[in-house]
Design a protein around this ligand. Structure first.
Ligand code: ZN
Length: 235
């Protein structure tokens, strides 16, 4: 085997290690998400409830304003009732007073119910926030450990990439280009030995005799015509 084959094989080995390191690093995202799932769920629940409470408070203020306006009208009708000059005017004014009073009562009733609901929601929110704190406290050490592990995995990957770079700059540029082209097809193996019976070590396509000879002499870098793998002579 020629020096260039050995160098390319080493590069392939580093690339395989890089692939494994990248996969290991990528696996941290779902692991972190899974770990944080209880916190995320509670957080979302609390946020939704907080928004509900804000909407209810707004609605309660609107009801309060409406009740205030109706109470003002009620005062006006009550004055009119006092000033009634005969039974007919009195009856008409009383009907209006009764109507508005019922409307005020209804608004106030609704506001009270709403305030009650707000209170219950706020209690539930307090409870949720306590649960959230507890869940966060439980998850935090595991999260920190996982993050530290991820930092290590990042360092490993960084070191591998540096090793790869060093290996690559030592290569003959033509061989490096050929390697990159062969690798670009996302194939698992870029290089393989020619089998003893003259076939590609990856797809087992048998090479014409002349090409087998070329590979065996090892003077040129040769790619399998069927699958693109770089072939080197087996020892
Ligand atoms: Zn092949």
């Amino acid at each position: 085997m020629q020096e260039v084959h050995r160098a390319l094989l080493e590069l392939q080995e580093i690339d395989e290690e890089i692939d494994r390191a990248e996969a290991a690093l990528a696996a941290f995202s779902p692991r972190l998400a899974e770990l944080e799932a209880p916190v995320t769920g509670l957080d979302r629940e609390a946020a939704a409830l907080r928004e509900q409470v804000a909407t209810m408070r707004q609605e309660a203020r609107r009801l309060e304003r409406a009740a205030e306006q109706k109470r003002e009208r009620l005062r006006q009708y009550e004055e009119r009732l006092q000033r009634a000059r005969n039974a007919r005017e009195e009856a008409a004014a009383r009907t209006e007073v009764d109507l508005v009073r019922r409307a005020v009562d209804a608004d106030e009733q609704e506001a009270l119910q709403l305030l009650d609901q707000i209170k219950r929601s706020e209690l539930k929110l307090d409870e949720l926030e306590k649960q959230l704190q507890k869940a966060r406290a439980e998850v935090e050490p595991k999260r920190q450990a996982l993050l530290a592990e991820r930092d290590d995995a990042e360092l490993t990957l960084g070191a591998l990439r540096e090793r790869r770079h060093n290996q690559e700059v030592r290569l003959d540029p033509e061989a490096a280009r050929l390697y990159e082209r062969a690798r670009s097809g996302k194939r698992r193996r870029v290089l393989a030995a020619l089998t003893p019976d003259g076939a590609c070590g990856v797809c087992f396509n048998v090479l014409p005799i002349q090409q087998q000879v070329e590979v065996r002499t090892g003077r040129t870098l040769f790619r399998c015509e069927a699958c693109g793998t770089i072939l080197y002579p087996s020892e």
